[in-house]
Structures are given as structure tokens and as C-alpha cells.
Design a protein around this ligand. Sequence first.
Ligand code: UDX
Ligand code: UDX
Length: 463
Amino acid sequence: MKIKTICCIGAGYVGGPTMAVIAQKCPEIKVTVVDINEKRIAAWNNEDLSLLPVYEPGLDEIVGEARGRNLFFSTDVNQAILDADMIFISVNTPTKTYGIGKGMAADLKFIELCARQIASVAKSNKIVVEKSTLPVRTAEALKRILENTGSGVRFDILSNPEFLAEGTAMGDLLEADRVLIGGDDTVEGNEAKQALVDVYSHWIPRERILTTNVWSSELSKLTANAFLAQRVSSINSLSELCEVTEADVNEVARAIGSDSRIGPKFLKASVGFGGSCFQKDILNLVYISKSYGLHAVADYWEQVIIMNDHQKRRFAEKIVKTLFNTVSGKKITLLGWAFKKDTNDTRESAAIYVADYLLNERAEITVYDPKVTEEQILADLDYLNSRTEAENRLLVHVCNDPYEATEDTHAVAVMTEWDEFNTYDWHKIYDKMFKPAFLFDGRGILDDKELYNIGFETYTIGK
Ligand code: UDX
Ligand code: UDX
């Protein structure tokens, strides 16, 4: 079966970039991305490509090339479902905040709503592709909803998990290490898998497209993220040990990363990992292990999260201790709010938790991030419900200029590894700060010797 029309439900960090690349690489396929959020769709359709809702280096160019040709953004979900041969589901699956599995299980209500909508609208056979990261065996739930419509329409369900990392999404999509497609081992299932293999074959070498059964595909996505997060928690656990011995975590990371069995990637100590996936996916793994009674397995993976929470808290505590055990009424400047550089995404960013901790200690916080808006920063803090919205607005100031943000401040803390932080005139920043001028580098990106020579009292994670 040759795919002519694709629809993607969910125009977020995953759906938008992924569909833009498919449209660019497959000019004969019409790709429509739909979303219930009108504001988001309007932003995707903005003439000014610098105002797309997702900031991702290189995305604007690809959208500029394909949009209006064979790439469309719309809020008409029903029409897009009707027209499509293949439907990607790329809606968010946040951790449940209520009921059974609260704080751990994935909330699948959006997925279920999508399935019900597809079931009620579709008039011809469809291939439905799970793009959202989901707990193992979600495809089965999808299938049961879709198969019980009584409309005689056939649905084949595939799992095609996303491995793009934000900030490098375009490269990750264009030169993927692998593409994973899970589907049933039946005649129809294999046809559906082949149809999606043909889409990716436009630009991905065939040997990098792996086909598996649905459950293997779903589980591989969760575990890929769990393994990556585990590496970060492992090196972060060592960063604390390095600080109390004479070891330097960067040197340790280089030494162990030179072992080809370990490798150099994902060994950068930090103030803690964030992002929409790591925590959520590990919690899913923990939850599913528990639900099968595998408590040792659940505890093993849960420790990765516990270590990460510890790392964020430890950094905040370090600031308070260093500032003579009190930050009450002191101004502290956070450089960076995004969960990593080159993205405007802030989900689960360590900065949110460090700021919250410092606010509980009555500090005043000033934030500068090159790509995150004031609205987002305040929304992230409000979401925690630690204090009233009015208090957050009183105690948190967002600046558009790094020099203004660091004026008359007691301490600067680097939360995100934005490249531009290294290009600042740190002499100028030092001159305008209260003395002693404290600097906490949560990402280990600044030249601590140079800063020391300027006069800063510096603390770097793992040193
Ligand atoms: C999300 C998940 O977090 C991730 O696990 C998964 O792999 C892909 O989907 P992301 O694209 O980053 O990742 O999420 P987000 O940016 O929140 O985008 C989801 C979009 O779906 C939102 O724009 C939301 O408005 C839309 N949506 C949600 C719908 O269109 N319909 C719904 O019923 C629910
Ligand atoms: C991740 C996976 O990498 C990707 O394959 C998956 O599809 C989605 O989840 P993402 O969350 O976008 O991608 O970012 P990633 O680059 O994995 O970083 C996650 C967090 O770990 C960030 O907060 C980052 O700063 C932190 N990190 C990463 C470290 O602290 N040290 C490292 O060495 C690497």
C-alpha cells in the first residue's frame, strides 16, 4: 500500500518537527498536522518563521520549504482524519496527577480521546501510528477502541516511537541512528509496517529501519530513555563524591568515557536531567513493573529518579549554605530556564525546582533565558502550587538582558548550558554584583579559573 495522505494529531515538540521532515523528504505525500489548540496552529502558520511555537535549530527552514506545498497545519481534526491513509498520534501523555497511579502512571486520556475520534469519523481503512511514548501494551487499548466501532473500517496499529532529542531534533530526524516500527506479525500488520518503512526509506538507509512486534517497540522506547537517564544519574552521583574528594568529575567522565564499552556520550554532570520524557518514561517503567509484582525491578529504576531529585535539591542547598546559610531577601539570578540548551521547552527543568526551593527560603529570583518567555516561567512556578500566583509575581523577575539580570545580585547560578553564557563580559557582571560575588555553575560550562581570577567565588558541580 502506498501512502498518499498523512495526518498527525498533536502539533507539539514531536509532531511538528517530525511531520515537517516527512513532508520535506516525501514531496508526493500530503501531510496535515492538526491540534485542538488554535493558538498553536496559528503559530505554526505564522508568516514569520521565527515565531513558530517550537524553537528548534533548522526547523524554520524546513517548514518554510514544505509549508503550503505538502505540509499543512490545521484545527480541522475530523477532515484530516477523513482524508488520511495513515494517522500519527502525537499527543502528550503526562504523568497522572489524580487517582490510581497518581504521580507515576501515564495519563492516557488524550490518546483515548484521539482513538474515539478516529473511530467515529473514519470511513475508510487507516493505519494508526502511535508516536507518543506510551506504556507497554497501550496499542492493545487503542485496538480495542478502534475495532469496536462496527463501521466495517479496518485499523492497523503500529508503534513508531520517537528518538529525537530537543535542540538537535532536525539532525536526529534527518540522520536517525535507527527508526523503530512495531506491528503485528500478520499479513495486514506486515503490509502496514511496509507502508511506513516506505515513507522513512525516502531518506533513512533500509538497514537502519528496524521492525519488531508492537510490545518490543513500545518497551524499547521506555528503556532507551531509562538507560540514558541512568547514565546521567550515575555521573551525577559521582559528582557529589568528587566534590568531597580531590577528584574532578569531568576528568572522571573523560577517563571512563574512553572505554569503548562505555563511550563518551551522556556523561556530563549537571544540576539534574529534565525534559518531557526521562522522568515520565522511567515512572512508567516503574509503574508497569510494580503492576506485574516485580518490586526489585521497580526499585532499581526508581533510584534513577531519586538520584535526580537529590541532585537538584543538593544544588539549591549548596547555594543557601554558601550564602551564609540564608538567602532571605537576597537576590539570586538564574541564567537559563529551559531543561537544556537550544530549546524553549521547560518541562521538568531543574531550574523550576531550584527556583522553588530558593523561593521557599525567601530569596528573590531573577531569571534570564534566551528563548523562554516570562509567561512560561511564571506558569511553571504556579503549577507547583507552592505559593500564590501573586507571590510568585512579587518574588520572581524575568529579564531580557543578562547584564540587567545580574545587576545588584548576590549570586548567579547557571541552570542551562546555553553557549552564549560563555561569551559574556564576566568582568562587567562581576563589577555590578554584591560582594562576595558568588557563582554556581550547575552545568560545568564556564571557565572557573578565569572567573576565579576576576574575583568570583565559584562552585562547579563535581569539582
Ligand atoms: C508528546 C509526549 O510528551 C511524548 O511522550 C510523546 O513522545 C510525543 O508527544 P510533545 O510533542 O513534546 O511530546 O508534546 P506537546 O508539545 O505537549 O504536544 C502535544 C500536542 O497535542 C499539544 O499541542 C496538544 O494541544 C495536542 N493535543 C493534545 C491534541 O491536539 N489533542 C488532544 O486531545 C490532546
Ligand atoms: C530524550 C532522549 O534523548 C530522546 O531520544 C527521546 O526521544 C526524548 O527524550 P530530550 O529529553 O529532548 O531527549 O533531551 P536529552 O538530550 O536526552 O536530555 C535530557 C536531559 O538530560 C536534559 O536536561 C539534559 O540537560 C540532561 N543531560 C543530558 C545531562 O545532564 N547530562 C548529559 O550528559 C546529557
